[in-house]
Design a protein. Structure first.
Length: 174
């Protein structure tokens, strides 16, 4: 017969009146000898144990669903405060910071389509500096994609500016 652990709620197999060791938490509990299985026409509500539904069927007050066991925080301990010999040290992951020059490069790359030569050149320079800084500190800095996007837009707008200047010079030559 299927019984549920009092400690963790895991389903186990056992016979009425015998002791069972839980397969999940290894707690030992006794299977009630007077357990009455539910009739086939009555299904237990989801989240309840057969004992809850059986008590409800026999005229007892329905109990609130049992709260699942708490999971200890990820602090390298198995039980609240007891050290876990299998856990390694808890490492703090530093927060990533976006490199400011990468953002400046992106903004200058966008403004490069409106300004002739100054913004695209600034986008290329700041983008290159930002990529160098991000590559030097990859665990604390991010923004390489922003810098690359700024450099691409700066290069396109710089090329368009040169083509415009060349077109203006040769267009008026006739």
């Amino acid at each position: 017969m299927r019984v549920f652990c009092n400690e963790c709620g895991a389903a186990n197999d056992g016979q009425p009146g015998t002791k069972v060791m839980c397969t999940r938490c290894t707690a030992i509990f006794e299977v009630p000898g007077n357990f009455t299985p539910l009739p086939a026409t009555h299904a237990a509500p989801e989240g309840t144990t057969p004992a809850d539904a059986s008590a409800e069927m026999q005229g007892g007050q329905p109990r609130a669903p049992e709260v699942p066991p708490q999971v200890p925080p990820a602090t390298g301990t198995a039980n609240w405060g007891a050290p876990n010999p299998n856990a390694g040290p808890v490492l703090a992951i530093p927060a990533m910071k976006t490199e400011t020059l990468a953002v400046v490069s992106l903004i200058l790359g966008i403004f490069g389509f409106m300004c002739c030569l100054i913004a695209p050149i600034g986008a290329l320079v700041t983008g290159g500096l930002a990529i160098q800084k991000v590559n030097a500190n990859p665990t604390t800095l991010q923004g390489k994609g922003l810098a690359i996007a700024g450099m691409i837009m700066g290069g396109i707008s710089l090329a368009m500016s040169f083509l415009g200047i060349i077109g203006a010079i040769f267009g008026n030559a006739h």
